[in-house]
Design a protein around this ligand. Structure first.
Ligand code: FAD
Length: 511
C-alpha cells in the first residue's frame, strides 16, 4: 500500500483518505494548498505548494511518512516547527510537510540526569509552553533561551537557539543531553553524547538535514522569581564592545545573568530612535545627556540580574550598582525596570501583540543574522551600522558577544574562528512592495561585502542556494556534514527548503 504513494500527484479528498489509510497514521492529513500554513513562513518572501500537510501524532507517524516518501523517487519531507523561518527553510515544494505542532503535548516529563534536573519535551513544543509549564509545576526553567519563545524546540535546536544567557551556558544546542530523532531512513533513534553520538551532534544545529527531532531532554535550573532589567547607552562603539566583552568574560556570580545589546538611531524615530531604549514608558530619553561628539548611530547594552523575592532588596541593589559601576555608559542614560522572570522571558510576546495590533507583525521580514568575529566587528560597525543601515531598518538591530568555548564543536553549527564573536541581527519589518526586494538585495550586499573583505563571519540561520556557497559556509566541516547526510538521510528526503542537498542524491546541491 505504501508503495502506491508516489503515484499520488494531485491531492483530492480521495487521495487524502488513501494516504491516511495506507500509512495507518494516528494523526491527520490535509491537502496542501497555497493558502495553508505549510506554504508560508514568517519571512513572507517565498510561497510554495506542498502535496500534503500531515499532522503526526508522534515519532511513529513521522517515521511512517518518511518511509513512505523514501519509497518514491522524488518526494521530500519538511518538518515544520512554528514556521518562523525567513527563507522557506521549513517548506517542501510538492512534498510532505509535517506540522510538528500537533505533537506538542507529547512527553513533558521531569527526569534527573547525573543528579541534575532535565525535562523531556516534544520537538514540536513551543519554548513558551516549556517555560510556563516548567516554572508553574516545578519552579524550574531551562538555562538558555531565545529572545522570542513562540519557536519550537526542534526548530531552534536545528539551528542553535541564542539569547542573552548564551554567553554563560552556551546556545540551546549546548543544553540538551538526549534526543529522539527520526532519521531520513525512517528509523526512530535515541541519541546522546554516548549513544549514537554522530546523530546527536549532527542533529544539533543540523538544519533538519539528518533527522526530525521528536523529543529533546533539556537541562533545567532553579527559576528566579524576579529580574532587574537594565538598558544603558553608549555613543562610542569601542566602549560598548569593551563593556559587553568584559561582562561576558566574567565568572558566574560576577556578572549579569543576561547580556545583549542593540544599535539605534540618534533621533526621535519611534522604532529605531531614542524611544526604543526606554523600558519604562513613564521615563523619557533625554538626548541632552549625550556627548556633543555623538554620531547618528548609538548603542544600547541590555542586561538583566536575577533575584528571588526572599532576597534582601539592599543586597540586590548593591550587586547591581557594583556591576554597573564597572561600565562606561553615558551617565544618566539608563533605564531600569523590575519584572517577574516569566514576564521578562515573554517580553517579545508583548512586542508581538503590539505589532499585531498595529498590523505590522505579518508584513515581510527580510531578516539577516550573522556571527561576526571580534576581530572584524569594528570594521563591520564602520561599514554596516554607520553607513549601510544608519537610518534604521524598521526593526531592531541586535548585537552582542558570545563565547565560542561555550559551543560544542561536534555539533553541526558553523561558527567564526575567534573565541569572542558577535551575533548581529538585522530584524527588518518591510511593507509589502518593491522595497522588500531592495532590502533582500541590501542583505546580499552586506554578505558579499563580508566575503570580499575576508572577514571571519558565518550566517546564522543560513540561507544559500549554491553548493559553492554551502561549502564555503561549512568550510572544513563540509566533509563531515556531507558524510552525516549520506549516513542518516542518503536519499536527501529531509528539510528540502534548506536547499543544501537535492532529493535522490547527496552529492549534488541545488543550483
Ligand atoms: P521552522 O521555521 O518551522 O523550521 C526551521 C528549520 O528547522 C526547517 O528547516 C525545519 O524543517 C527544521 N525543523 C523544524 N522542526 C524540526 C524538528 N522537530 N526536527 C528537525 N528539524 C526541524 N533564533 C534564535 O536563536 N534566537 C532568537 O532570539 C530568535 N528570535 C526570533 C524571533 C522571531 C520573531 C523569529 C521569527 C525568529 C527568531 N529566531 C531566533 C530564529 C528561530 O530560531 C528560527 O527561525 C527557527 O528555525 C524557528 O523555529 P520554528 O520552530 O518556527 O522552525
Amino acid at each position: 500500500m505504501i508503495a502506491c504513494l508516489g503515484r499520488i500527484v494531485h491531492g483530492s479528498d480521495d487521495d487524502v483518505s488513501t494516504l491516511f489509510n495506507s500509512l495507518n497514521l494516528q494523526g491527520t492529513v490535509e491537502n496542501g494548498d497555497f493558502s495553508g500554513i505549510a506554504s508560508k513562513d514568517f519571512g513572507g518572501l517565498n510561497s510554495v505548494k506542498p502535496l500534503y500537510l500531515i499532522k503526526p501524532s508522534g515519532a511513529e507517524d513521522v517515521a511512517r511518512v518518511v518511509k513512505a516518501a523514501a519509497r518514491t523517487p522524488h518526494l521530500t519531507v519538511a518538518a515544520r516547527g512554528n514556521g518562523h523561518s525567513i527563507n522557506g527553510q521549513a517548506m517542501s515544494d510538492g512534498g510532505y510537510v509535517l506540522d510538528m505542532r500537533s505533537t506538542a503535548e507529547n512527553h513533558f516529563k521531569l527526569v534527573t540526569v547525573n543528579g541534575s534536573p532535565c525535562i523531556d519535551v516534544s520537538g514540536g513544543a513551543l519554548w513558551e509552553e516549556v517555560l510556563t509549564r516548567c516554572v508553574s509545576r516545578y519552579g524550574l526553567a531551562p538555562r538558555s533561551w531565545t529572545d522570542y519563545l513562540r519557536l519550537t524546540v526542534g526548530g531552534t535546536l536545528s539551528n542553535a537557539g541564542v539569547s542573552g544567557q548564551a554567553f554563560r551556558y552556551g546556545p540551546q544546542t549546548s543544553n540538551v543531553t538526549e534526543l529522539e530523532v527520526v532519521t531520513g531512513k525512517g528509523d526512530i533513534a535515541v541519541c546522546s553524547e554516548t549513544q549514537n553520538p554522530e546523530l546527536f551532534f549532527g542533529a544539533l544545529g543540523g538544519l533538519g538535514q539528518f533527522g526530525i527531532i521528536t523529543r529533546a531532554r533539556v537541562k533545567l535550573q532553579q527559576a528566579p522569581d524576579m529580574v532587574r532589567w537594565i538598558r544603558v547607552v553608549y555613543s562610542e562603539f569601542e566602549e560598548f564592545t569593551r563593556d559587553a566583552e568584559f561582562l561576558v568574560s566574567q565568572k558566574e556570580g560576577e556578572s549579569f545573568d543576561y547580556v545583549e545589546g542593540f544599535v539605534f538611531c540618534n533621533n526621535d524615530d519611534p522604532v529605531n530612535g531614542w524611544p526604543s531604549v526606554q523600558l519604562n514608558p513613564d521615563q523619557e530619553f533625554d538626548p541632552s545627556h549625550l556627548p556633543q561628539i555623538s554620531g547618528s548611530v548609538l548603542y544600547c547594552l541590555e542586561v538583566a540580574y536575577h533575584y528571588r523575592n526572599s532576597d534582601n532588596p539592599s543586597t540586590v541593589n548593591t550587586a547591581v550598582s557594583r556591576l554597573l559601576g564597572r561600565l562606561r555608559f553615558v551617565e544618566r542614560l539608563k533605564s531600569t525596570v523590575d519584572v517577574s522572570y516569566v514576564e521578562f522571558l515573554l517580553r517579545v510576546k508583548r512586542a508581538e501583540e503590539q505589532a499585531k495590533a498595529n498590523g505590522v507583525w505579518d508584513i515581510p521580514h527580510p531578516w539577516l543574522n550573522l556571527f561576526v568575529s571580534k576581530s572584524d566587528i569594528v570594521d563591520f560597525d564602520r561599514t554596516v551600522f554607520k553607513k549601510m543601515v544608519k537610518d534604521g531598518i524598521g526593526g531592531p538591530i541586535l548585537i552582542y558577544p558570545l563565547l565560542r568555548s561555550k559551543w560544542d564543536s561536534r555539533t553541526s553549527v558553523a561558527l567564526p574562528e575567534g573565541e569572542i564573536f558577535y551575533i548581529v541581527g538585522l530584524l527588518r519589518f518591510v511593507p509589502k512592495g518593491p522595497s522588500v526586494d531592495k532590502k533582500v538585495a541590501e542583505n546580499r550586499e552586506i554578505v558579499n561585502w563580508c566575503i570580499k573583505e575576508g572577514w571571519d563571519f558565518k550566517l546564522y540561520l543560513p540561507h544559500y542556494r549554491s553548493k559553492e556557497d554551502w561549502k564555503r559556509h561549512f568550510g572544513n566541516q563540509w566533509t563531515r556534514f556531507a558524510q552525516r547526510k549520506a549516513g542518516f538521510d542518503p536519499k536527501a528526503i529531509l528539510a528540502p527548503g534548506q536547499r543544501i542537498f537535492k532529493r535522490g542524491t547527496t552529492s549534488t546541491t541545488r543550483q
